[in-house]
Design a protein around this ligand. Sequence first.
Ligand SMILES: *Cc1c(COP(=O)(O)O)cnc(C)c1O
Length: 406
Amino acid sequence: MTDEKNCGFDTLCIHGGHKTESNRAHLTPIYASSTYTFESAEQGVAVFRNEEPGYIYGRFGNPTINEAEDKIALLEAFGLKDATGEPLKLKAILHSSGMATITTMLLSNLKVGDTIITHQSLYGGTQEMLDKILPSLGINSTILDFHNLSAVEEAIKADNTIKLMYLETPANPTLQCIDLEASAALGKKHNLIVCADNTFATPYLQQPFKYAVDYVMHSTTKFLNGHGTAVGGIVVGRDLEKMNGVVTKTHRLLGGNSNAFEAYLLTNGLRTFSLRMQRHCSNAEQVANFLEQHEAVARVNYLGLASHPDHATSKKQMKHAGAMLSFELKGGYDAGLKFINSLKVCTNAVSLGTCDTLVSHPASTTHVGVKPEDRVRFGITDGLIRMSVGLENIEDILNDLKQALQ
Ligand SMILES: *Cc1c(COP(=O)(O)O)cnc(C)c1O
């Protein structure tokens, strides 16, 4: 096994979390087994009492799932120390989707009467859960402006039902950034649970555990898997007692577990994660610079551009501006549809973080159900195009954009 304490990030992408197999298979096989045997009644007792490590039942996890969990925990903790100066130890639990992960995390930490504070433009599914599912369990949420933290503090002081701060940075579709260090510090000052959805940035670009964050969530469907082959989600936590206790219990009882095949695909994707991110980022930077100069484009939302209002915040907490951007066509709705229809290399699909460049027109697809005046308030104008820049040759991406913008 690899000496994980002394390895670099790229090495952890490849070797992190791997355990030598009993049959010495090079790669951890897909454990297609719903249950696990015990050598003796006594061993069964020890495993059930958590006195001895061992697998019990597929819903609780298996070696293929475990490898992906340990790898991602190592990447989120990379280079960080705990309060005593020792390398930070995190625990991660893989789920069937990002949404299942967020459900487990919220229901592990909240009860009837509690309030969540969050900010605008969360992932659509998350916002819908806060609006349509949690209120019937007596859990409400308030949207605040996290660019004004003194107002956030006033709101916290005025309402003692506030228990959890939910952050997602950067966020769709304008790549708004929240200052993780300042927000998390404020949350901890008032004893809130602080969690951050790190899907867009990934641990390659941003490590929320550098700051006073308790939980990090990912939709592993995106950059972590990287190939668009499986839906998944993961919650990573620093309070190991809670992670092994209430969070594990909630995960097992809600039943949003992952499975061996999709965990295998995730681990396989993660082996090239670091390399992929380098190329994603350099391609995106070139696409943003190209679009900013183009006469058909009114505005480009990319954190690497000095024109982005959160450019400075992103520079403080992210290694690079990342691979996500959006831009506004001067021609509005019709220009948006024409542009999408003209693409020959880039793929017309929602989601993000795959090897190929994905392009979507939110006003006619993901946000078609949102009232036009709300859309404008969220920055989703009729001519807005969202891009997840892929790994193709940059010349091919730029030539495709050039001909589609004509
Ligand atoms: C996709 C996504 C989710 C939801 O994840 P699923 O895997 O689709 O359930 C949550 N947060 C963000 C930021 C996402 O992009």
